[in-house]
Design a protein around this ligand. Structure first.
Ligand SMILES: Cc1cc2nc3c(=O)[nH]c(=O)nc-3n(C[C@H](O)[C@H](O)[C@H](O)COP(=O)(O)O)c2cc1C
Length: 221
C-alpha cells in the first residue's frame, strides 16, 4: 500500500483529496440554509424546485434571523410564522424547519445522514464564520459538519464589491472543501423574468450536487 502523505501544512490538500467524498452520490436528504444576504427570490425558487422533486425525501431548512429581515424587504414576508406557506403558498411536509439557535438539532451531528448542504444566499458574515470554524449557530455548525464529513457544501455567496476579507474567506472555505458558488445568474439562456433567472441558477446548483433538473437549460444541447 502506498504511504499516506504526512500531516504537515503543505500536505493538507493532498490528504483531503484522498478522503471519500459524497459529491458523486444522488442526494436525498438535504440541508438548505438561508442568511441575510440579498437574493430571497433565489431561495424561493430553490424551495419550489425541491418541494416538487420527489427524489428529495427531506429538506432541513434553517433561516437566520437576518434572512427574515431581508425576506421582509425583498418578498414582503412577515416573521417566521408559517414561513413555508408564506414562501410557497402551502406547507410541504418534506421541508422541515430547524431553529438556528438549536445546536442540538439533527443536522448538528455528523451521525445524522445528511447528503449535503446549500447556503442560499450566503452572507459575508456567515461565510466568515464557516470559513473560520466559528460554529455558534446551527447554520455554521451544519456547514462545519459537512466539511468534516466530506459532504458537499455549496456557499451561494452574495456581496459586491468584494473586499479582501471576503476573498480570503472564500479561499479558506474552498480550501476546506466547500464550493463557492457566487450568486451570479446566467444571461446566455435569455431569461424572460427574475424568477426564470433564479430558477436556472438553482438548476445549476442542484446539478452540481448530483440532482440535475429536467427543465434545466443546456448550452447547445
Ligand atoms: C436588505 C438587506 C440586504 C443585505 N444584503 C447583503 C448582501 O448581499 N450580502 C451580505 O453579505 N450582507 C448583506 N446584508 C447584511 C447582512 O444581513 C448582515 O451582515 C447580517 O449580519 C448577516 O447575518 P447572517 O449571516 O447571520 O444571516 C444585507 C442586509 C439587508 C437588510
Amino acid at each position: 500500500m502506498a504511504a499516506l502523505p504526512m500531516l504537515v501544512p503543505g500536505n493538507v490538500e493532498k490528504l483531503l483529496a484522498l478522503m471519500p467524498s459524497a459529491m458523486n452520490r444522488e442526494p436525498h436528504n438535504l440541508t438548505l440554509a438561508t442568511t441575510g444576504a440579498s437574493g430571497s427570490v433565489f431561495l424561493k425558487q430553490m424551495l419550489t424546485i425541491l418541494a416538487a422533486d420527489e427524489r428529495v425525501t427531506t429538506v432541513n431548512f434553517i433561516a437566520s434571523d437576518n434572512a427574515l429581515r431581508v425576506m421582509a424587504e425583498e418578498l414582503g414576508l412577515s416573521g417566521r410564522q408559517k414561513l413555508m406557506s408564506q414562501l410557497l403558498g402551502t406547507e410541504c411536509p418534506r421541508i422541515v424547519q430547524q431553529n438556528n439557535n438549536d445546536i442540538g438539532a439533527n443536522v448538528a451531528s455528523g451521525s445524522y445522514p445528511s447528503d449535503g448542504m446549500i447556503v442560499l444566499p450566503c452572507s459575508m458574515g456567515t461565510l466568515a464564520r464557516i470559513a473560520n470554524g466559528i460554529a455558534e449557530h446551527l447554520i455554521e455548525r451544519a456547514a462545519d459538519v459537512c466539511l468534516k464529513e466530506r459532504r458537499p457544501l455549496v456557499l451561494c455567496c452574495r456581496e459586491t464589491p468584494l473586499n479582501k476579507v471576503h476573498i480570503r474567506n472564500m479561499g479558506l472555505a474552498a480550501d476546506a472543501g466547500a464550493t463557492v458558488y457566487p450568486l451570479i445568474p446566467t444571461f446566455y439562456n435569455r431569461p424572460a423574468s427574475l424568477e426564470e433567472m433564479a430558477r436556472e441558477y438553482c438548476n445549476r446548483v442542484l446539478a452540481h450536487i448530483g440532482l440535475p433538473q429536467s427543465g434545466a437549460y443546456h448550452w447547445k444541447a
